[in-house]
Design a protein around this ligand. Sequence first.
Ligand SMILES: Nc1ncnc2c1ncn2[C@@H]1O[C@H](COP(=O)(O)OP(=O)(O)OP(=O)(O)O)[C@@H](O)[C@H]1O
Length: 250
Amino acid sequence: MTAALRTKQLRKSFGALQVAKDINFSLDQGARHALIGPNGAGKSTFVNLLSGTLKPTGGKVYIGDVDVTNASPASRVNRGLARTFQINSLFNQMTVTENVALAVSARLKSDGGLWRNPVRQPELQREVDRLLDMVDLTSVATKRISEISYGQRRLVEIALALALKPSVLLLDEPAAGLPKSSSERLLELLVRLPRETAILIIDHDMDIVFGFADTVTVMFQGGILVEGKSGEIKSNALVREVYLGNARHA
Ligand SMILES: Nc1ncnc2c1ncn2[C@@H]1O[C@H](COP(=O)(O)OP(=O)(O)OP(=O)(O)O)[C@@H](O)[C@H]1O
């Protein structure tokens, strides 16, 4: 089976500081995978190399079989690699439905080329309803972004990313800043997301990580320390020493 996302000898240096050291990483289609590691391990750098916001010093990135090492972030999105949007990318004065509808119509247009312009209204509405249901936001569909909670905005970001029907979704600290009850709800929802999308989650919250991921990669000092099934990682002595002992909820 071709991996949904893969890197080969991926490397990044900032001057003399090597923050990604020849990383060979592979994400299976439909995977539920987590990337963890102590502060400064290089997780954000690695995710930025995957999404294309950083250019590597060496090595390759593939989405499926396609070499995207030199592709822009936008063209990686078109190839099926989505990432949660930052909150400031939402349109605050528009409703939740309108925000999601914009993302869906952008995808429907690009799926069908010029022939699909304008997008058919019932199809658009059906897809928006499906996405809002998926992230549990139907009850606030007609509210403006400025009127909903921080946690609900984070869910809108996930809906926007899913609107692209990605083969891979990168979720960078989806639970950051959420109260415990909201992060528990978020976890339930993440677990239910469709398997057509492989999900890579980067988080420090071990309840989220081990509640969500089947497999885990541990980064340390710019390299992969160890990879394996969640249960094995949780009980791995080396991982506990470098990380889990210090992490929240460990
Ligand atoms: N633009 C940059 N220029 C110089 N050094 C950088 C830059 N970005 C990151 N670094 C350094 O690279 C190393 C890895 O940082 P990175 O943010 O990728 O780690 P992280 O694992 O995501 O940490 P955290 O969990 O705290 O977010 C750190 O030593 C950091 O100071």
